[in-house]
Design a protein around this ligand. Sequence first.
Ligand code: ACK
Length: 916
Amino acid sequence: MDEKNIPIRTYQVCNVLEPNQNNWLRTDWIPRSGAQRVYVEVKFTLRDCNSLPGVTGTCKETFNLYYHESNEDRESYIKESSFIKVDTVAADESFTQVDVGDRIMKLNTEVRDVKVTTRKGFYLAFQDVGACIALVSVRVFYKTCPLTVRNLATFPDTVTGADTSSLVEVRGSCVNQSEEREEPKMYCGADGEWLVPIGGCLCSPGYQEKSGTCKACSAGFYKARSSDAGCSKCPPHSHSLRDGATVCDCHSGFFRADSDPPSMACTQPPSAPQQLISVVNETSVVLEWSPPRRLGGRSDTSYSLECLICQTGSHSQTGGKLCLPCGSDVLFSPGQAGLKTTRVVVSELRAHTHYTFIVHARNGVSQASGAAGSAQSVSVTVTTNQAAPSPVSYIQATDVTRHSLSLAWQQPDRPNGVILEYEVKFYEKDQRERSYRIMRTFSRSVDVTGLNPLTVYVFHVRARTAAGYGEFSTPFEFSTNSDPFPLIGEGVNSAFLLLSVSGVGILLLISAAVFIISRRRSKYSKTKQDSEEEKHLNPGVKIYVDPFTYEDPDQAIHEFAKEIDVSSIHIERVIGMGEFGEVCSGRLRAQGKREIYVAIKSLKAGYSDKQRRDFLSEASIMGQFDHPNIIRLEGVVTRCKPLMIITEYMENGSLDAFLRKHDGQFTVIQLVGMLRGVASGMKYLSDMSYVHRDLAARNILVNSNLVCKVSDFGLSRVLEDDPEAAYTTRIPIRWTAPEAISYRKFTTASDVWSYGIVMWEVVSYGERPYWDMNNQDVIKAIEEGYRLPAPMDCPVVLHQLMLDCWERDRAERPTFSQILNMLDKLIRNPGTLRLSPPTCLLSPSPWSVCVWLQSIGLERYRDTLAAAGYTSLDNSLSLIAFISAKKTKQKQNRVSFGGEKIQTPTVLCGVIVAQT
Ligand code: ACK
């Protein structure tokens, strides 16, 4: 009987009085059905041995559970030893005689599990070893993780793994109308529980999730992407008629641009621009209009301009006139199409001409709507006025002598009337536009006479009509021929001799005195400075390759410079004139790089092969360098015209002009910082055995951070090509070392000389070296030992460094490496940049000869002069007055003395020394 008094069948044994019991009960074959671990639940009752008298030693209170795996479903006999023991099972509760009397059923339930993986099925067996036991039921089962849906993925009913700790990885499949977001996976644990859901699915476009399934969006709603949260209401001016819409259709008359998202309302093209007004100014027209009344619900309205020249005929928008498009030479500012503003200046129009301008308004749906252009446009017709002539585009020198130049030019492209006369403006290039002359002529040519020989002149021409003067042409440079009296060697012009004797004789005295008084020894090592020699000194250092050693110049350019696609260059404005054509600034957007500002040098049309080669050689040279103080080459355009050289853009332009513009505005440390940059760039060039030959402040460019970079790599080739170059104006005399002028010995040491001149230019804020002395006088003076005095407020150490750079013997000059070290030391110890050395501060009077000598860099003669009794300038004033009178024609320089400017004092010093 069970607990409810219902009779049940049991297997019983109770041989508790006899020892050595071994009674077996075996099940039928049980198929495994894919299970790997089975559970055996046994229900039984067990008699308490204590409640049985006289059974001590033979009575047991446990039985054993065994199993045997087999493919055979009808094994009749299985050996005992074939069974594997699962466990010895004890009762939690046993019963006594009293319980039996009370008919209390104390049923035990025990569960054991066992791994069955090797055969198709198994047998179970129960061994009794002498207990009083009744087996009520045996239930055998296995566990599965039940079919489930998680994250819109279905996971099937899954049998658990073989071990109690094993997890079975299960891949889910997306429910209907859904798509995989990330592979859906889950793990089935040994106890039949699902664990760790990963990934999942999303309802497809047009469907949204509802209780683990995907349901279609109803009419009036849409869902565009599976990742959208749910169905949304159709945006304004659109609808969906059927369930499951992925996008809503626009109402008739409304449109969606390709780039519009489905969530955006449907929109319309704009109406026509309004109130178009035009103001004509000679050959320019300013057009202004108001935005369209209806923008169609969008904010991307843009305008484009059509320009037509109209005569009589027929055109719908132009009131029956025959119209042709304006030529490509008409300029539109800020542009002709894609305009966001409502104002355009149209220039370069023809004078006295009827123009019709049509302004079209469009937006993102104009194309989709297929609206005719005229539907959204407004037009105006204007007539241009009188205009001044356009600039003369080209000037040619037809004849050149020592004192004259014959020039000719073409009529301007657009004379805009009858040309009444031409005006020619010209000046010496060295003078810039400080003093210029004007000539007028009715013809397209002029003979300019009375010019200095061997001098570069700059010419501009402009035309005049009844409407007034046009703009001057860009500058054109021409040089007069060389002087028959050579500057160096052979004969000397008698007038020049006379001048030299009277004006520069004193300088001879200085050099004699300088030689006698003290022959200062150089503190720099006598390093050989020729580039040839330096190559041997720097083994392993990259050496610059002269592009002229290539037979094919294009091979050199493509080896050292990158070809740039012209479409990636956007030219913005002209910033100056270079040797071969305009220099412009603009932007470059190289593929995959951010847009940068660049300078663009172009080679003007009509060039010769040699000019092309010369122009591109600069890029071939520049392309070999990579240094923060050397102008960086971005690339070249050689595959289309005009040829261009693209370099980094330097916002502050050339150093000399920049310093003149900011006269006196920098600290000494800032100036030394700029010089340091130049020295660093020059050291790099000299390490590469490159000799610049044209180092001057005008060839240094300055960026917005005041970083100075060496540029202009064009001069070396000119001198290479031209054996007479040393005697032509191409040599920048004031910047060039004497040995380079007299026998073309250009070396790094001659670059060091030029560097000294750059130092002087920088400290004097762009003053012209040797002021307005002419080239012949400069050469003579240098020959005689004259050197530029210290500029105003120049620290003594800096002037001393300049003097060292100007050593006559080039082996005595410092190297760029030494200059760089020196400047670095000065920057680290700004105290050394004092204006005067301490010795002079001790001097009782500021008017001491000591201070004066220091200010002109000749303090080394202090003791000599003191010994001769010249300790105060008071007792030297008669000499000053005498020399000043002789020098009245000379321009006042920037040498200061006692707070006042005085005339060039080196000459004065020479006289004192001579007298001493
Ligand atoms: O003194 P600037 O303004 O500086 O005028 C000249 C002019 O072009 C003719 O050479 C300027 N220039 C040349 N190269 C560059 C550059 N890379 N960045 C800015 N300006 C430049 C120079």
